[in-house]
Design a protein around this ligand. Structure first.
Ligand SMILES: [Zn+2]
Length: 111
């Protein structure tokens, strides 16, 4: 039997990074709002970005895959929380993947 229904995607990666390296609260996302558990900023906050860059320093492709999976999870959560005024796809892309050095051009063009 041929069907046009696609299977539902499975769950994404567990948002357990960056790891905590001290006694403080780790800068991991609090679901379903995707705010930082430590400082309440939209995740990934500045601390999380810095720690993720350090943690994935030798494998930026893995960092991109991890963040893309979490972006999908966040889009699903945030859409269910607020289907009308939630962040759009471009905003989510910039928040989760656009900051990565893996995505930046080699040089910044003058404006
Ligand atoms: Zn944080």
């Amino acid at each position: 039997m041929i069907t046009t229904r696609l299977p539902l995607p499975g769950p994404g990666p567990t948002p357990d990074r960056p790891h905590s390296y001290g006694p403080g609260t780790p800068h991991t996302p609090l679901r379903p709002s995707w705010a930082c558990r430590a400082d309440g900023e939209p995740w990934p906050c500045a601390h999380a970005r810095l720690a993720l860059k350090a943690e994935y320093d030798r494998n930026l492709a893995a960092l991109t895959i991890y963040l893309a999976g979490l972006m999908y999870e966040a889009m699903r959560d945030l859409y269910h929380l607020n289907p009308h005024d939630g962040p759009g796809p471009q905003q989510m892309y910039r928040r989760f993947l656009g900051w990565s050095p893996f995505r930046r051009p080699i040089f910044e063009r003058p404006e």
